[in-house]
Design a protein around this ligand. Structure first.
Ligand code: COA
Length: 266
């Protein structure tokens, strides 16, 4: 198990905590694999009947590790191997497949910042609860890249086209009320009540008829969109965009703690 992914068990519930607070729980390649492994292994463990994912300290996750993006952008496009972020078989698809294929309920407890894939992965959970002070963002545009994790389809479906466009094109942070109105957060709780409320709900689900839960989830996804096709298309554009001078300027600006200057690009 990855040292930044902690797992605990309580009342038939597996609690998975993203724990890299010094980097606001930014996700590295091995952390994606650790998260995916934790969610997948819960599916075959008869003691576990629901999974909760949360983050340590003040963040759920600040998204993909920007350093990993920089490393990836330095590789030629045709050498993108199966282990790099956002290739069709890499760590991001592996995490999303673990969420999409989970037969048991998977619940997000968004305890703070949920940036980039921290927000877009939420479209793949069964239930999402958040602290009242949680902040969300899909700031791909600010990094010169594009939406991922199927969000180019799932965000407009959930939020409506105009709202999704606004959140994608400005890339600004938004609050929990917007996320609830946008249909991808179920309910908000006071920060100190979030985990007790979520764990109680997870324990309730863990006490319900397990095969009926599995069958209900399977029925709900059987006529859903072809997310794999969407994610493959996104991955190809994302990988190309990551190598543009625009994106390199954006990543460098993040490292230098300044605003990016896109004025010279066309
Ligand atoms: N990847 C790598 N490091 C990250 C990170 C990320 N996604 N997000 C935050 N960090 C690091 C910062 O570089 C900083 O490291 P340092 O102390 O070694 O300099 C540390 O985490 C704390 O972040 P800081 O920016 O000081 O905290 P903040 O509260 O002012 O802002 C964020 C938090 C998350 C809003 C801000 O860090 C941010 O915008 N991060 C980038 C988010 C992002 O664009 N994710 C990818 C989307 S595709």
């Amino acid at each position: 198990m990855n040292k930044h992914i902690e797992v605990e068990y309580q009342d038939g519930v597996q609690l998975v905590r993203i724990n890299r607070p010094e980097k606001k729980n930014a996700l590295t390649t091995s952390m994606y694999y650790g998260l995916a492994e934790a969610i997948s292994s819960a599916q075959t463990d008869p003691q576990i009947r629901a999974v909760v994912v949360t983050g340590a300290a003040d963040s759920f996750t600040s998204g993909n590790d920007i350093g990993d993006f920089v490393n990836q952008s330095e590789k030629p496009l045709d050498q993108t191997d199966a282990k790099t972020t956002n290739s069709s078989k890499g760590p991001v698809p592996e995490l999303l497949a673990a969420l999409d294929d989970a037969e048991k309920p998977v619940i997000a407890a968004v305890n703070g910042l949920a940036i980039g894939i921290g927000t877009t992965m939420l479209f793949h959970f069964d239930l999402v609860y958040a602290a009242v002070n949680a902040r969300f963002a899909m700031p791909f545009i600010n990094l010169g890249v594009v939406p991922e994790a199927g969000s180019s389809l799932l965000a407009p479906l959930s939020l409506g086209k105009q709202k999704a466009t606004e959140l994608f094109l400005f890339g600004d942070q938004f609050d929990v009320q917007t996320a609830i109105e946008g249909g991808f957060v179920n309910q908000a709780f006071a920060a100190d009540q979030l985990m007790p409320e979520v764990m109680q709900r997870a324990a309730t689900l863990a006490s319900k008829a397990p095969s009926a839960i599995r069958a209900t989830k399977a029925l709900m996804r059987q006529f859903g969109p072809d997310l794999k096709a969407v994610m493959d298309a996104e991955s190809a554009v994302f990988a190309a965009q990551l190598r543009t001078p625009e994106s390199k300027e954006a990543m460098q600006a993040f490292g230098e703690r300044r605003a990016p200057d896109f004025s010279k690009f066309r």
